[in-house]
Design a protein around this ligand. Structure first.
Ligand code: SF4
Length: 272
């Protein structure tokens, strides 16, 4: 998140200008920071999919248990299955889905059943090259056989029912809400906000901030890349003004970004 370009600047640039920005490796580290600095407000930026949300829920419960009044969360968590359903409504032609392994550890393979029932095969896969290849093969076999099912390739980590304890934490601390997605617009019931019982830990309620309307950097096609409407090299900035060392859009920031992956494997640039 620190390097992701914002509407005006990245958090990294804000930090260089003197903003007090702590980089933590776990939401619980932010709780500890709040306990260490009782005279300051600590706002944790809760972002990510179902994978990271349970740890944020735990941190909120811990802050509540310790009675910390200077800890809050800016909640921007997103949910994967509603976004997949929204993609099916878009102009993008999808034959099947390789479903994300780490999200599926939490929500389970069954969460994709509505997608499969819409006629799109789903295969939950892991992260090794062999996992991805095996998932592609499983998808092709489903398409060949005219099947549309949820299959688990990543059986060493994912169960059909997911992780019930983590799901219970999510139900306890969050409520499902509409959320805005880059390139997809607002998708109904595709994000989390804090449940009413935890309103005291909601940074949006604690601080009155009117953020300006967000906008993409000029020329950036991240939204189209994320939807699969274009390939990264079709963006006019790809490899010229936008590179992994100087990303213009979010898809070029990390190794997980589609633009950075295209750039690295197209040009042979491997960051060590
Ligand atoms: S190349 Fe850069 S600017 Fe273009 S879509 Fe990708 S991240 Fe956005």
């Amino acid at each position: 998140m620190v390097r992701v370009p914002g509407t005006d600047k990245s958090l990294e640039e804000a930090r260089a200008e003197g903003v007090d920005l702590l980089i933590v490796y776990s939401p619980m580290d932010a709780v500890e920071a709040a306990a260490r600095r009782p005279e300051e407000q600590v706002v944790f930026f809760g972002i990510g999919f179902e994978t990271t949300a349970p740890a944020v829920a735990l941190a909120i419960l811990e802050a509540q248990r310790r009675g910390l009044e200077n800890f809050s969360v800016l909640c921007a968590h997103k949910l994967i299955p509603p976004a997949m359903m929204a993609l099916l409504e878009s102009e993008v032609r999808v034959d099947g889905f390789i479903c994300p392994g780490h999200v599926s550890v939490i929500i389970g393979g069954e969460a994709y059943r509505p997608v499969a029932e819409r006629g799109k095969p789903c295969v939950v896969t892991g992260f090794e090259a062999a996992d991805v290849l095996a998932a592609v093969r499983m998808l092709l076999l489903q398409l060949r056989d005219g099947r549309s099912e949820v299959e688990l390739e990543y059986t060493r980590a994912v169960r059909p029912e997911g992780n019930p304890k983590a799901q219970e934490l999510l139900r306890q601390v969050f409520r499902v809400s509409d959320a805005r997605w880059r390139g997809l617009g607002t998708i109904p019931r595709s994000g989390y906000e804090l449940a009413e019982e935890f309103a005291a830990f909601d940074a949006e309620r604690r601080f009155e901030v009117e953020p300006p309307e967000s906008r993409e950097p000029a020329g950036c096609r991240c939204g189209d890349v994320l939807r699969g409407a274009i390939e990264p090299p079709e963006c006019p900035l790809f490899g010229t003004s936008c590179t992994p060392r100087k990303p213009v859009g979010s898809c070029m920031v990390s190794t997980e970004g589609a633009c950075q992956a295209h750039y690295r494997y197209r040009t042979g640039e491997i960051e060590r």
